[in-house]
Design a protein around this ligand. Structure first.
Ligand SMILES: CC(=O)N[C@H]1[C@@H](OP(=O)(O)O)O[C@H](CO)[C@@H](O)[C@@H]1O
Length: 384
């Protein structure tokens, strides 16, 4: 079965995490999120994959190659201008024509029953079948009015206040009859939700919906990213220690995955679910709380506390420092006695000197230095 993954977006709402990588390459459980997606597609029987690339195309190609190690075959197509979702798929037409195909976003993190969605579409003879989820507040999504026979009669993209006629939200996952490729203009910005669906409904063509089963989120913002990491971590099976691991008397509980050569000092506690990459060293009296990932080559010094945070690679955290609900990108150094409050997002190559506090939800873009004892209450967003 064929699938087309859209990976061209710039991910501006996720800055600073998208300065050195595109959205699909942001790590979830210490590997690029698109790798989880490809693994899931392979498991569901989609082994013929086309990826549309734009922003930082080479990073994704480098990470996935021809897909062989995941048991799939990947072709790439490139967008040199914005084509929108449907326009991007049209641009990949040579790999898609003649067969039903699945479309999904490169920033999707999911465990949905995609094979069932595809099979349902094939039985029902619709032009498009949309994967739907029931969501409390669907204002940030496309919403659909669907009848008992799965037919969609109305679709509205990002409804305004007073317009929410349904809480069935589009996941942006579509199964498409290849005939739709003929209805999409070439080399022009064109969208499924804004352009193609209204056109199909106007022409009396059939669009179906299916309530997808399982978890799904698109990682469009730091909050969505934290949520995606959280449920991926909560699905971790047990304790996996991949290589040499040294500790004197650390207390370790709950699901845990440790890379090769991790060391944990005296009287430290690690409470899973947690993933720690290779060559990372954790000092004495350190508490690492649940729903945390720490990448490779990191150092967490004595007496620090790391709670529900996502720390990428080559990061150093000083002594007696508190990190809570934060995302810390590569090669960042945080000094002694610092506090990173809930929701902070710290870009790559940031230096935070001793005694500084970064207040709740503050973002710091790359290559900034925060002076000793400073209180950072507002985003620091100048590009280096
Ligand atoms: C124009 C368009 O494609 N809108 C889609 C798309 O919205 P974005 O805000 O572009 O991510 O993905 C949503 C699912 O994340 C879906 O509900 C919506 O219909």
């Amino acid at each position: 079965m064929k699938a087309c993954i859209m990976c061209g977006g710039e991910g501006t709402r996720l800055r600073p995490l998208t300065f050195e990588r595109p959205k699909p390459s942001i790590p979830i459980l210490n590997k690029p999120s698109v790798v989880h997606l490809i693994e899931h597609l392979a498991k569901e029987g989609f082994n013929d994959i086309v990826i549309t690339l734009g922003y930082m195309a080479e990073k994704i190609e480098e990470q996935l190659g021809d897909g062989r190690i995941y048991g799939v075959h990947i072709n790439y197509v490139y967008e040199d201008k914005k084509l929108g979702t449907a326009g991007g798929v049209k641009n990949a037409e040579k790999y898609l024509k003649g067969e039903t195909f699945l479309v999904l976003g490169g920033d999707h993190v999911l465990n949905l029953n995609l094979r069932e969605l595809y099979r349902f579409h094939e039985r029902m003879n619709a032009k498009v079948t949309i994967g739907l989820l029931s969501i409390d507040d669907p204002s940030e999504f496309g919403i659909a009015d669907m009848d008992v026979n799965n037919r969609i009669h109305r679709f509205l993209e990002k409804p305004g206040p007073g317009e929410i006629f349904s809480n069935l939200a589009s996941t942006g996952i579509y199964v498409c009859n290849p005939e739709i490729l003929d209805m999409i203009p070439e080399n022009k910005e064109y969208d499924f939700a804004r352009d193609l669906f209204p056109k199909l409904l106007n022409n009396g063509e059939k669009i179906n919906g299916v309530l997808a089963r399982g978890n799904w989120t698109d990682v469009g913002s730091p909050a969505a990213y934290r949520q995606a990491q959280r449920w991926m971590l909560s699905g971790m099976p047990g304790t996996v220690i991949e290589g040499r691991f040294t500790t004197k008397d650390a207390r370790i509980n709950g699901p845990l995955q440790l890379g090769h050569n991790v060391s944990v000092g005296s009287n430290s506690a690690i409470v899973g679910p947690i993933i720690i990459g290779e060559n990372t060293s954790i000092g004495d009296n350190v508490l690492i709380g649940p729903y945390t990932t720490i990448g490779s080559n990191c150092t967490i010094d004595n007496d620090s506390r790391i709670l529900s945070s996502y720390i990428f690679n080559d990061v150093t955290i000083g002594k007696n420092t508190n990190v809570s609900g934060s995302i810390i990108d590569n090669r960042t150094t945080v000094g002694d006695n610092c506090c990173l409050e809930n929701g902070t997002v710290i870009g790559p190559d940031v230096v935070i000197r001793s005694g500084a506090t970064v207040h709740s939800n503050v973002k710091i873009w790359p290559k900034q230095t925060i002076k000793e004892g400073m209180n950072v209450k507002e985003n620091i967003v100048s590009h280096p």
